[in-house]
Design a protein around this ligand. Structure first.
Ligand code: ASP
Length: 336
């Protein structure tokens, strides 16, 4: 009897191991920005289009993971898909700066050897996340900005270039005009954004079947920004982080995310303090950032395929395929 029990247990263990090997956990989380996103003010058509765009980005990233591809390829595929959607503030549809132009920021980080690449204030690269990956893989540097980043792009002829006006959309021009009117009316003493009045940055974090984690973020920044302003999205450790155990992509009022090293802080709380992913992400997003007067949200995952998507704004465009196989997209705070 004892022998039979042993044999049964051994068989069960073998099966479990075989299953683990056959279907390793992969996971993918994406965002399309956080901010004042309310049911009452969103039209049905806009909502449908946004949900479809989130699903398409999940499909793009998840196809890579399901095919045995790398987390790095998965986040690039998901973010490119979101950059191409004009409703999000990245690539086509990016916000205007104070001069009526677009300056785009993007970054990527990969747990393999802690590689990272970033670009800031680029003006003619159709998919800035692709340029950030080139900086990571094909330069000795982590971050290139402005003219230097454009010149680096010149050496990579396969990266599509566009006129700066190609990024224009009527909706973003309207936002710039309203921001200028607010400023002229003196309601904003400085060029400071109104809290919560921005959204649309995009990002993705993935865990692949080999246990590698990658994170990427891409944005036009904040409407009416000036003087070469760079937000958190291209700052490794602020808007983007990926190490062997944890990955994060952020969205929100970038200055607060930089000052609080948000993406790195979440992973550090897990590594040094033993927090769970959810506890670490919740503490930073729901306590640390608001305590300093900022707002926004993050998407995050850990090496087990657990996910966390906290935000302290009215909404955050988000989607997930978690390690347990659950999948969904959501916009408002009362979903999931
Ligand atoms: N974090 C971005 C920035 O500050 C903006 C956003 O997430 O909407 O540039």
């Amino acid at each position: 009897m004892r022998l039979l029990t042993f044999l049964l247990l051994a068989a069960a263990a073998t099966t479990a191991t075989a299953q683990d090997q056959a279907a390793p956990r992969t996971a993918l989380v994406i965002h399309g920005g956080a901010g004042v996103i309310e049911r009452a003010s969103m039209g049905a058509e806009a909502e449908r289009e946004i949900r479809a765009a989130l699903e398409a980005a999940l499909d793009a990233g998840h196809a890579v993971l399901a095919g045995g591809g790398s987390a790095l390829d998965a986040v690039e595929a998901a973010v490119v898909s979101l950059e191409e959607e004009p409703r999000f503030n990245a690539g086509k549809g990016a916000v205007f700066n104070a001069e009526g132009r677009h300056e785009l920021d993007a970054s990527v980080m990969y747990s393999q050897d802690r590689q990272a690449g970033a670009v800031a204030a680029v003006t003619t690269v159709r998919n800035p996340v692709r340029l950030a990956r080139r900086v990571m893989e094909q330069s000795e540097h982590v971050m290139l900005i402005g003219d230097g980043a454009e010149r680096f792009a010149d050496d990579h002829a396969d990266l599509e270039r566009v006129e700066n006006t190609w990024f224009d959309t009527d909706a973003r021009r309207g936002q710039l005009e309203r921001a200028r009117q607010r400023e002229e009316a003196g309601r904003q003493a400085s060029a400071e954004p109104v809290p919560g009045q921005y959204f649309g940055t995009v990002g993705a974090v993935a865990l692949d079947a080999q246990g590698r984690i990658a994170a990427a973020t891409s944005t036009g920044g904040m409407t009416n920004k000036r003087w070469g302003r760079v937000g958190d999205a291209p700052i490794i450790g602020a808007g983007t982080w990926a190490d062997a155990h944890c990955g994060v992509s952020a969205t929100g009022w970038g200055e607060f995310f930089i000052r609080n090293a948000v993406a790195h802080d979440i992973c550090a709380r897990m590594a040094y303090g033993g927090d769970s992913l959810q506890a670490a992400a919740d503490t930073v997003v729901m306590q640390v950032i608001p305590a300093h007067g900022g707002d926004g949200g993050v998407i995050a995952l850990d090496g087990e395929g657990n996910i966390a998507l906290p935000f302290n704004t009215a909404g955050m465009y988000r989607g997930w395929v978690a390690g347990d196989g659950s999948r969904g997209v959501a916009i408002f705070a009362d979903e999931d």
